[in-house]
Ligand binder design. Structure first.
Ligand code: PBG
Length: 333
């Protein structure tokens, strides 16, 4: 048994906390710039970058501004970005055709970033919600049911389209069954054996995604509908482990738990059980809650944000997607 022979006053744990340098020496976990992935939004209009009301300090970039931002991220040595497209309404339909258009927004921007900043890792979201007229992640039938296998067929085309554009990591984020295996197979058949798959393996039907849906403009299309027939119920933990196991068997290189803060028990169990690279997504709602609390003087922004991320590391997270990545990189410098 651990700690059975330790006794006060021979043992005084406060000694280990008595000075800053000792606290630093015994720190069990830490956060580095190498742990950070910066999610970014890009729109397809010939207009300025736009503010997102529900996510203060986050922008919907136009392509040029996104490229300028990438330069700054390279200076800060942020390893990777995750790109989310905001496409105009007239390109959306029930079949999400635009999701695999080789001349669409995503392949175009992936090629431009790779040409100018080859060292910056690019993760692309593989899901149909930016491209469907109803805001769901899948194709729906007349009754409004989401069709799993029809959706997976389109996801394969989308992943291939991004791989052809040169993306480093595709990240299927919609929780359809069998998508990882199908995507792995189609990438392999096209000889994209080095394209990584980051599976959103344990993605919950969470109420913390609201600001993101505002950012990618899927909120009004989605209306009162929800995503509970594909994303995991937050009542469940074992089911998340089952999902992770399946995604690993199907060929995922890394797995993700999402959201972060309220789901650290899942992060811990996934890491303990599978020992695979385990990523955590500090989602839009988590970001905005921290941001608004800080703006109202309720918390110290820098300290609270670093605490939230180091706790994710302590739970077993390897890399963290966070809208705070750029701020954190400059704080850590
Ligand atoms: C959808 C997707 C979502 C997020 C990333 N990809 C939201 C959703 O499921 O509606 C959320 C990210 C965030 O809230 O920051 N494919």
């Amino acid at each position: 048994m651990l700690f059975t022979n330790t006794q006060y006053p021979n043992t005084r744990l406060r000694r280990l906390r008595s000075k800053e340098f000792i606290r630093n020496l015994v720190a069990e976990n830490s956060l580095s710039i190498n742990d950070l992935i910066y999610p970014m939004f890009v729109h397809d209009q010939n207009t300025d970058s736009q503010v997102i009301k529900s996510m203060p300090s986050v922008l919907r970039h136009n392509k040029n501004d996104l490229l300028k931002e990438c330069e700054r991220l390279c200076e800060l040595k942020i390893p990777a970005i995750a790109i989310f497209p905001v496409v105009s309404q007239d390109l959306k339909d029930n079949n999400a055709k635009e999701s695999y258009n080789p001349n669409g927004l995503m392949p175009t921007i992936i090629k431009e970033i790779k040409a100018r900043f080859p060292e910056l890792g690019i993760i692309s979201d593989i899901a149909l919600d930016p491209y469907t007229s109803h805001g769901q992640d899948g194709i729906i039938d007349e009754q409004g049911r989401i069709l799993n296998d029809t959706t997976v067929d389109i996801l394969k085309k989308q992943a291939l389209c991004h791989a052809e554009a040169g993306v480093d990591i595709v990240a299927p984020s919609d929780m359809m069954d069998g998508r990882i295996g199908a995507i792995r197979k189609s990438l392999d058949e096209a000889s994209f054996i080095d394209t990584n798959i980051l599976a959103y393996a344990a993605k919950y039907a969470s109420n913390y995604y609201g600001p993101f849906r505002d950012a990618v403009d899927s909120l009004k299309n989605l209306g009162n509908a929800d995503k509970r027939t594909y994303q995991i119920s937050y009542h469940n933990a074992n089911q998340a482990l089952h999902e992770v196991a399946l995604d690993i068997q199907e060929g995922a290189d890394m797995v993700m738990v999402k959201p972060g803060s309220s789901y650290l028990d899942i992060v811990y169990q996934v890491k303990q059980n599978f020992k695979l690279p385990t990523f955590v997504y500090q989602v839009s709602g988590e970001y905005s809650m921290l941001k608004l609390a800080a703006q109202n003087g309720l918390i110290d922004e820098q300290k609270a944000v670093l605490e939230s991320l180091i706790c994710m590391k302590r739970a077993g997270g390897d890399a963290i997607l966070t809208y705070y990545a750029k701020d954190i990189a400059s704080w850590l410098k």
